[in-house]
Design a protein around this ligand. Structure first.
Ligand code: ATP
Ligand code: MG
Length: 243
C-alpha cells in the first residue's frame, strides 16, 4: 500500500516548550489511525503542522512523497488535506450551504456558484443534514454545527481527513450516528487521522493507534495492543492523577 502521509522528525517548539518532539509517522493510503494522548500531549499541534495552520520548527511533512511543510494551509487544502477544528469554527454570517460553498471556492476544485452550491448540498445530505442548506448557522444545535463542519471538510473530496475530537460532547445516540458517519467515510477509502478521547470510538473506528505523551510518540500499533501497553496506561493514569 502506498504511503499517503509521512511525518519525519516533526518538531514544534513554543518558546521553551517542545509541544511535538521529533515525531516519525507513516500513514498508508486509505488507513484510519487514532491519535491519542493525555491533554496537552501535542495532538492538536500535530494536526496543525500537517494542515499548515502552524509552521513547524523542524522536520518534514510529506504528502504522497512530496514535501509540503513549506506550503500555506490553503495550498495544502488544494492538495487534498481537510480538517475539522477542536472548537467548531463556522461563519455565523453565512447560511449552512454558503459556509461550505465559500471553502470550496478556495478548495481543491476551486468550485464557484451553482456547482459549489450543488456540492455543498450533497455534502450536507451525506452528514445527515439533507435540505438544510438555507438555515442560519446560529440556529443549528451543537451536533448539527459539528455535522456542518464535517460537511465542509468532506465537500472538497479530500484524500486526507484530520478530525480533532469531532465526537466530543455528543450524547450516546449522537455518538452512534457520528461513529457510523466516520465509518462510512472510511469505507469510501478516505485516509483519516482521528484525534479522540472516546475509547469506544477509537476501538470501533481505528485498527491502528498512535499515542503521544508530552510531545513524544510513545506507542504505535494495532489498537488492542496499544490500549493495553503499560506505558500508555501509565501516561493516562498520570494524567488522571493531576486532573
Ligand atoms: N499556539 C500555542 N502557543 C503556545 N503554546 C501552545 C500553542 N498551542 C499549543 N500549545 C501548547 O502545546 C502543548 C500541546 O498542546 P496541544 O493543543 O497540541 O495538545 P492536545 O494533545 O491537543 O491537548 P487536548 O487533548 O487538551 O486537546 C500544550 O502544552 C499547549 O499548551
Ligand atoms: Mg487538542
Amino acid at each position: 500500500m502506498s504511503v499517503s502521509l509521512e511525518l519525519r522528525g516533526l518538531r514544534k517548539e513554543f518558546g521553551g516548550l517542545v509541544a511535538v518532539n521529533d515525531i516519525d509517522l507513516a500513514i498508508p493510503r486509505g488507513a484510519v489511525m487514532g491519535l491519542l494522548g493525555p491533554n496537552g500531549s501535542g495532538k492538536t499541534t500535530v494536526l496543525n503542522l500537517i494542515s499548515g495552520a502552524l509552521p513547524l520548527t523542524s522536520g518534514e511533512v510529506l504528502l504522497n512523497g512530496q514535501p509540503v511543510q513549506h506550503l500555506a494551509a490553503h495550498h495544502r487544502a488544494r492538495l487534498g488535506i481537510a480538517r475539522t477544528f477542536q472548537l467548531v469554527r463556522l461563519s455565523r454570517s453565512l447560511n449552512a450551504r454558503d459556509n461550505i460553498a465559500l471553502s470550496l471556492a478556495f478548495g481543491r476544485d476551486a468550485l464557484w456558484g451553482a456547482a459549489a452550491r450543488e456540492r455543498a448540498d450533497a455534502a450536507l445530505a451525506t452528514v445527515g443534514l439533507p435540505g438544510r442548506g438555507n438555515v442560519d448557522v446560529g440556529s443549528l444545535n451543537y451536533i448539527d454545527q459539528k455535522r456542518l463542519e464535517l460537511a465542509r471538510a468532506i465537500a472538497a473530496k479530500p484524500d486526507i481527513l484530520l478530525l480533532d475530537e469531532w465526537l466530543a460532547g455528543l450524547n450516546p445516540t449522537e455518538l452512534r450516528t457520528g461513529i457510523e458517519l466516520i465509518c462510512a467515510l472510511k469505507e469510501q477509502g478516505m485516509t483519516i487521522i482521528l484525534v479522540e478521547h472516546i475509547m469506544e470510538a477509537i476501538r470501533e473506528i481505528c485498527p491502528r493507534c498512535v499515542v503521544m505523551s508530552a510531545g513524544m510518540k510513545i506507542a504505535d500499533g494495532p489498537t488492542p495492543d496499544v490500549l493495553t501497553d503499560p506505558q500508555v496506561v501509565a501516561a493516562y493514569l498520570g494524567d488522571f492523577e493531576y486532573a
